[in-house]
Write a protein that binds this ligand. Structure first.
Ligand SMILES: [Zn+2]
Ligand SMILES: [Zn+2]
Length: 306
């Protein structure tokens, strides 16, 4: 009887100890997992936060190239306009001023629309393809980005044409308005030339903005098409730089998610942000960044659940 009691006591004691160890180990494992998990989450968050900066860095060389080309084109346009003024001014002075058409003094709009479209195609194809390849590499897939994808070809053609026409027509209109004003005031040739020079100097300064917007748009387009080509992505998340240069509207977009092929904003839609600012999306649907000219945001892929 005594033996049995002792045995039981001993067993209970061992069991308690064992239980103590098991519980202790479990707790340690739980704590470790929580810390480790948090570390993973944190590093994921850091990676995510670095993405927009990294996106800007890898596109910098394409932006510079675009900017240089556009500046050069503005200078060529300027030369064309200045070259005509003296000759046409003489004709203008000899003729009846009523029927005068200032358009004769300006550059050949059709020709420039074509030249800038061709430039745009070349200048946006590289960042688009590079953005697409980056998206696929980022997913760990060893797939080459398909440059012949109709979505790539169609977008490059349409976007280059739209951008080229917009650049050309804006420039044409600025010149027309200013020169009409100069003529109405009876300005001399040097004054008219100064007006032309001033307009082109301002445009060359604006070239950076156009270059950045168009390049980053192309890179984001490529990234989005790359995600579609991968077959493993079901959604997209908007990532903003969240730095001092990030505007409140983009900051509000940060973290927004959408199914991969659904636009953040539809064409013709109008959205009022928390800042009270209303943006009409009447140029194109917003499938990806940019939200506006000079926007520096980018997209992150959301994977399909396996
Ligand atoms: Zn913004
Ligand atoms: Zn933005």
């Amino acid at each position: 009887m005594r033996d049995v009691n002792l045995k039981e006591k001993f067993c209970n004691c061992v069991a308690d100890k064992l239980l103590e160890y098991i519980v202790k180990e479990k707790i340690i494992a739980m704590i470790a997992k929580a810390i480790y998990g948090k570390a993973i989450e944190k590093s994921k968050e850091i990676l995510k936060r670095n993405r927009p900066q990294e996106f800007l860095r890898r596109n910098e060389k394409f932006i510079v190239k675009y900017e240089r080309k556009l500046r050069k084109r503005y200078s060529e346009m300027e030369k064309e306009v200045l070259g005509k003024i003296k000759y046409l001014y003489e004709i203008y002075n000899k003729s009846s001023k009523d029927g005068f058409d200032v358009n004769q003094w300006l550059f050949n709009r059709q020709k420039w629309r074509g030249t800038l479209t061709a430039d745009g195609k070349l200048l946006t194809a590289t960042p688009l393809e590079s953005g697409g390849q980056y998206a696929l590499d980022d997913l760990g897939l060893e797939i080459a980005f398909d440059k012949m994808d109709p979505r790539v070809i169609e977008w490059i053609a349409t976007n280059s044409k739209n951008a080229a026409w917009s650049i050309t027509d804006t420039q044409h209109e600025k010149l027309r308005t200013s020169l009409m004003e100069g003529i109405a005031d009876g300005e001399s040739i040097p004054k008219i030339r100064a007006r032309v020079a001033e307009i082109f100097a301002a445009s060359r300064a604006r070239a950076t903005l156009i270059a950045r917007t168009e390049t980053l748009k192309a890179s984001n387009r490529g990234g989005w098409i790359g995600m579609m080509q991968s077959g493993v992505v079901e959604g997209k998340q908007w990532l903003s730089t969240m730095d001092a240069r990030c505007c409140p509207e983009c900051a509000e977009m940060d973290g927004a998610t959408m199914p991969l092929e659904e636009p953040f904003f539809k064409l013709g839609e109008e959205h009022t942000f928390e800042t009270g600012k209303t943006m009409p999306f009447d140029y194109e649907e917003i499938q990806h960044c940019p939200l506006h000219p000079d926007c520096r945001c980018t997209l992150l892929a959301i994977l399909k659940e396996v």
